[in-house]
Design a protein around this ligand. Sequence first.
Ligand code: BG6
Ligand code: MG
Length: 206
Amino acid sequence: DADGYIFDLDGVLVDTAKYHYLAWKEIAKEFGFELTPEHNEQLKGIGREVSLHKILSWAGKSLSEEIFAQTALRKNESYLQKISYIDHKELLPGVLPLLQQLKSKGKKIALGSASRNARLVLERTGILPYFDAIVDGTMVSKAKPDPEVFLKAAEALHLSADRCCVLEDAPAGIQAAKAAGMTAIGVGSPEILKGADKVISSLANG
Ligand code: BG6
Ligand code: MG
């Protein structure tokens, strides 16, 4: 049993992955590119700019630095608009009972997310008070699969990596957790989350 639990945000705690997908789909369409759920799987967990680079390479397009930055900003504006009315109903099944159970056992809880909107999403969904530490996209320079985000989270919890367990829905996140020397629990399907120490279908079934 670990001492610290580090949660990914999008797709693990909250059902926001679909809003990221819709926002990217709109942008891809502008380049005449149809973004599929399979493409989107590869965008999960990785940062905004890296995501845009990937979409551009799939679409065979390139943008000037200025237009690139504008496009990334527009994606975020569209995403923010889509999440502007979210509340606790957006929490995925099993999240609240698990957070409560971990708290009552005296476990430390951290967030390890690539998103620069993470704090906002935790606030809107009402689970911010459960977190002892938050490491998000405003605090890391290297996107998952780099372990930076999880190593910083462990440090913020004052725990060594081997005492931490990561919960992740994205292949890049599982890779990042293993690279950090942590236990990695995949939330989703085993075919996609290869390399995880264990895969559960949702936090309600763990
Ligand atoms: C991750 C999401 O949590 O955050 C990605 O899985 C997203 O889809 C990334 O691109 C960056 O998020 P944001 O909110 O800073 O654009
Ligand atoms: Mg995720």
